[in-house]
Design a protein around this ligand. Structure first.
Ligand code: GAF
Length: 381
């Protein structure tokens, strides 16, 4: 049975009727451009070949029933009118309902079953996958007529105001705007995006994800603290956002900011430059030449932005020492996943080396797997 058939069947068993349709939305790997989104800068994520699939059927009575294939996500029932007060796993889905309502979309009620293969807490945007699949499904069934760019903001609004995490637009953009075989180059100020070819198989390369199993949560303090530092730096420098700081302005910024705030700002400035460099190298020379940029990005997150963790540093250093062309942590940080760009024949060796070093260090076994740039969110049936 295909995945979509099993989600349809689970819907029928749970709610006693067939769904009106099924939609998928992927998680993402951010190739480069970390914490630059809320600084109105540049990001370069790609959708991975792991998705949340939702099956949905409208109801006319203002009630909502949610169920999940994930055993820890217990069924939830309530009223669409209370969507903004949702807590726990349902906040991602009902947060979308609330954000749609804020835009004047009338949501009559619905039953929804979800099954996701995006690991939770791994820094691969399992939450954006849930939000994007729900947003796309409701937009289509209710004929709300919102563009994908507007649905990105619906997901962000849900995350910021219902889930309570002060995140930017990176994750929902990756999920909703990606194309298979490409990364999405997104200018978070203009919100313009364009696909950039990322043909890994054609170049004989793979990207390995190392999920350190050290969970992260953006509603916790570290992410908000970094965001506040960036906003403080921009205010002290008299600019709208750190996007407006050029590498040539760094000496002046160093004179005006305290050392820690300066290092935070320097990460954003150099990371924006690295995104542009990566886009240019991908277009001119292909993915085999971007490894050094990924390495520099990791050092900047480790030393200047200080969002890495001992487990992420160990995964990155071990991958680099065992032949990876480049490696970096990906996502918000403080745990989650690292990525390593490796030649296809080296993938087994790199993965085994990371697993062995975690074992020797007495750490929880990491989950190491390959990802491919997959399609963005879409209707399946
Ligand atoms: C998380 C956030 F959700 C994104 O908006 C982004 O800031 C990212 O961390 C860091 O680049 O995934």
């Amino acid at each position: 049975m295909s995945r979509v058939e099993s989600v349809q069947q689970a819907f029928r068993e749970t709610f006693g009727m067939a769904p009106e349709g099924c939609w998928q939305a992927p998680g993402r790997v951010n190739l480069i451009g970390e914490h630059t989104d809320y600084n109105q800068g540049f990001v370069l994520p790609f959708a991975i070949d792991r998705q949340a699939v939702v099956a949905l059927r409208r109801r006319a009575d203002g009630r909502v029933r949610l169920a999940s294939a994930h055993p820890a996500s217990k069924p939830v029932a309530g009223r669409v009118a209370d969507a903004g007060a949702a807590r726990g796993w349902s906040a991602y889905l009902l947060g979308v309902v609330w954000a749609l309502q804020q835009r004047g979309v009338e949501v009559p009620g619905f039953d929804l079953f979800v099954d996701s293969t995006v690991p939770t807490g791994a820094g691969l945007s399992s939450s954006a996958a849930l939000e994007s699949a729900t947003a796309l499904a409701l937009n289509e069934l209710l004929q709300a007529g919102l563009s994908r760019e507007e649905l990105v903001l619906v997901g962000q609004h849900a995350e910021n105001d219902v889930v309570g995490a002060p995140t930017g637009i990176l994750d929902q953009s990756a999920s909703l705007l990606s194309e298979a075989g490409h990364a999405v180059f997104l200018d978070c100020r203009s919100r313009e995006s364009e696909p950039v070819p990322l043909d890994l198989p054609g170049a004989g390369l793979v990207i390995l994800v190392v999920d350190t199993k050290v969970s992260h949560a953006h509603a916790d303090g570290g992410y908000a603290d970094r965001r506040a530092s960036c906003e403080r730096a921009a205010a002290a420098l008299g600019i709208a956002a750190l996007r407006d700081l050029e590498p040539a302005d760094l000496p002046r910024a160093e004179r005006l900011l305290d050392q820690e705030t300066f290092r935070r700002a320097r990460h954003i400035v150099t990371e924006n430059a690295r995104v542009l460099e990566t886009v240019s190298v991908l277009r001119s020379a292909g993915p085999g030449e971007i490894g050094g940029i990924l390495d520099r990005s990791h050092r900047s997150m480790r030393d200047d932005f200080e969002i890495s963790s001992p487990e992420l540093d160990l995964a990155v250093a071990t991958a680099q020492a065992n032949g990876a062309l480049g490696a970096r942590m990906t996502g918000g940080g403080f745990g989650g996943s690292a990525i390593a760009l490796v030649r296809e024949p080296d993938a087994g060796k790199v993965g085994a080396a990371v697993e062995a070093v975690f074992r020797t260090a007495g750490l929880a076994a990491p989950d190491v797997f390959e990802v491919l740039p997959g399609p963005g969110a879409q209707r399946l049936v």
